[in-house]
Design a protein around this ligand. Structure first.
Ligand SMILES: C[S@@+](CC[C@H](N)C(=O)[O-])C[C@H]1O[C@@H](n2cnc3c(N)ncnc32)[C@H](O)[C@@H]1O
Length: 278
């Protein structure tokens, strides 16, 4: 399946999801196993989806914030990112996602079969921090996808719109804090009750046999993980245990890189699932 083969439900975000018709709300209930009484909370979309730019971007890329806001990735930005990834991994980690850079680097290091020519897709990227971590690790074949178009002025990274990822096969797909938004319209994506599930199925199809998926998503805290998933209006989904199992049902789960003890389980502190296509 590719994104352009997904069913269109007649609405594109951003929007307050309280205005969706009942038949679509009921598909969200089915998809996330929510009770019959469940409704979307009344949350208006932000005037600008990238409202938290400062915290969404790593501190080492803050001098380039204006360029990044215009969706342009220059060679200078990529060079600064690679340098930061080599010298201080926390400085290439978005302020919003403490510890995520280290966790992604550790997750990549757990996949021994990769080599510098392995084809890597970063699915969902506001600024090139994961790309920088990969480039600093000597990987040379990097593609980025997103619903928003990034203008990449550097040969080291190719950009492909999320709609078109099925045209190439990858050895590794890394997606961090992205699919929990898919289908809620926050980033101009079509409203889709199955968005996150479709996204993971698309990743599966875009991987070579035995390829790997590293996927960071927000999950309910341990003591609440048997509860239903939490959909915070158009903002994001926090996944229950049942939804996590449904998301990754086609993959073999190899490992989970968890946040160190003491971190809150919320959208900022996402575990990374290490999965292999089987
Ligand atoms: C909260 S941002 C974080 C992105 C990235 N982890 C970062 O820190 O730069 C979420 C992004 O994921 C993108 N996104 C959501 N679903 C996606 C999908 N299926 N494929 C690619 N990008 C996706 C959205 O367009 C948005 O730009």
């Amino acid at each position: 399946m590719s994104l352009n083969k997904r069913e269109y439900y007649g609405f594109t975000g951003p929007m307050n999801l309280i205005h969706l018709p009942n038949n679509i709300v009921s598909l969200f209930r089915d998809s996330y196993n929510l009770p019959d009484s469940w409704q979307f909370p009344d949350i208006d979309p932000e005037p600008n989806a990238s409202i938290c730019w400062g915290a969404q971007v790593p501190t080492s890329l803050h001098p380039s914030l204006d360029t990044l806001k215009s969706n342009v990735w220059t060679s200078e930005i990529i060079d600064a990112g690679i340098c930061a990834a080599r010298e201080d991994i926390d400085s290439i980690t978005p302020v919003h996602y403490p510890n995520a850079g280290k966790m992604i680097r550790d997750a990549i290091n757990k996949i021994p079969s990769l080599d510098k020519n392995s084809k890597i897709l970063i699915a969902g990227s506001v600024s090139p921090w994961i790309e920088s971590i990969c480039l600093a690790n000597q990987f040379t074949n990097i593609t980025t996808s997103d619903y928003e178009v990034r203008k990449v002025e550097d040969d080291r990274i190719k950009f492909v719109h999320a709609n078109d990822i099925s045209d190439t096969k990858f050895d590794l797909i890394i997606s961090f804090s992205s699919i929990e938004h898919d289908g809620l319209g926050r980033y101009g994506d079509p409203i889709n009750p199955y968005g996150a599930f479709n996204a993971v199925d698309e990743f599966y199809e875009s991987l070579n046999d035995n390829g790997y998926l590293l996927c960071g998503i927000p999950v309910l805290p341990e003591e609440k993980k048997q509860r239903p998933s939490l959909i915070q209006g158009h903002l994001c989904v926090i996944f229950s245990n049942k939804s996590v199992q449904k998301l990754f049902r086609k993959f073999k789960m190899l490992d989970i890189i968890k946040q160190p003890d003491g971190w809150n389980a919320n959208w900022q502190h996402q575990p990374i699932y290490i999965l292999q296509k089987q």
